[in-house]
Design a protein around this ligand. Sequence first.
Ligand SMILES: Nc1ncnc2c1ncn2[C@@H]1O[C@H](COP(=O)(O)OP(=O)(O)OP(=O)(O)O)[C@@H](O)[C@H]1O
Ligand SMILES: [Mg+2]
Length: 204
Amino acid sequence: MKLSKQQIRRAMRQRRKQLSPFERHLAGLRLARHATHIAILKRHDRIALYFDNDGEIPTRPLITHLIKLKKQVYLPVLHPLGHPSLLFYRYRPGLPMPTNRFGIPEPEQRGQRATRAWTLPLVFTPLVAFDKHGNRLGMGGGYYDRTFDRSRCRARHTALTGLAYQFQEVGSLDAEPWDTPLAAIVTDGGHRCFGTASGIIKED
Ligand SMILES: Nc1ncnc2c1ncn2[C@@H]1O[C@H](COP(=O)(O)OP(=O)(O)OP(=O)(O)O)[C@@H](O)[C@H]1O
Ligand SMILES: [Mg+2]
């Protein structure tokens, strides 16, 4: 019997919340190690990430590492006019991070302009489940799908790379017409690219 999207979301969110603090910590360190090996990360200085939430695999070790490497780190901010899409702002450790309506910290918007999402070469995205073809199941808001809509050709230059626990891989997900596929995935178990995007992972 095939599970519905809602059933997969519920099961995966529950499973990741059952991990112990030590398991989470270890997975976050492993994720950071695998992510820093992907070729596109070495080639570009502007990288978007997100603060983990809802039991997602910890992203702080990766963010800290990228800052040490002198990368420019960007984080998503909910569109201020209520449009369900994302803007990206530069993250600078130590600066105020007000929380949005989901309780997630966002970079202060005062004093800086939003970076247009499609100009970012590498964007790490959260997800609830993924499959071997690079289909992505998110929390259900469609935020990343709208922001990186492939029907708008500009968005095609961004390598959307999912971050997850290895156990979040499922047999197959039914892609909806609006779903934006992943170019690659990084987990605590390693990294993999999908389709024709092999240059993301491999060295030149
Ligand atoms: N490009 C788009 N244009 C219009 N509506 C969209 C678009 N992308 C998604 N949606 C709408 O958003 C809703 C949620 O989409 P979906 O279930 O794919 O979310 P998700 O990918 O799980 O969430 P997220 O991307 O926020 O992690 C859908 O019902 C769909 O109607
Ligand atoms: Mg989707």
